[in-house]
Design a protein around this ligand. Structure first.
Ligand SMILES: [Zn+2]
Length: 135
């Protein structure tokens, strides 16, 4: 539970079908507010994720829902045959279009706060519709 099968999700530049975790995000944020979820648990972006987010993250217009700083970014990772097990960060030498040949491509979009290290998997999209047009 906590996620919805999405028929037409838009996250950042991505559009497509997949699993949208934004309901779970709202619930997690309520859990932080009520004290059921600790900040240590919620704000635990590891150094690799923080580094990927600071180099390749796309800035968000809204502030971090946890610390209120304007340091929220979205970073996307491609998964599929031929890609690293831990996912291929999208950006730099690996623009989205470079992943087009991956037949079973799935893209995971994570939001990361570069101030407090809040991080949350927003969605998993199965071969987004507009990946050809990206970048
Ligand atoms: Zn934050």
């Amino acid at each position: 539970m906590g996620f919805a099968r999405s028929e037409g999700s838009t996250v950042g530049w991505l559009q497509g079908r997949g699993i949208d975790h934004r309901l779970l995000r709202a619930r997690t944020l309520r859990g932080i507010e009520s004290g059921d979820i600790s900040l240590e648990e919620a704000c635990d972006a590891n150094p690799e994720l923080t580094r990927a987010a600071s180099y390749f993250g796309v800035e968000r217009q809204d502030a971090c829902p946890v610390c209120g700083q304007a340091s929220l970014v979205e970073v996307s990772f491609g998964f599929g045959r031929g890609l690293p097990r831990e996912g291929q960060v999208i950006g730099g030498l690996f623009p989205a279009r470079s992943l087009l040949q991956v037949s079973d491509l799935a893209i995971y979009v994570v939001e990361v706060c570069l101030s407090c290290r809040w991080n949350f998997l927003l969605c998993k999209l199965d071969r987004p519709d507009n990946v050809e047009a990206a970048d």
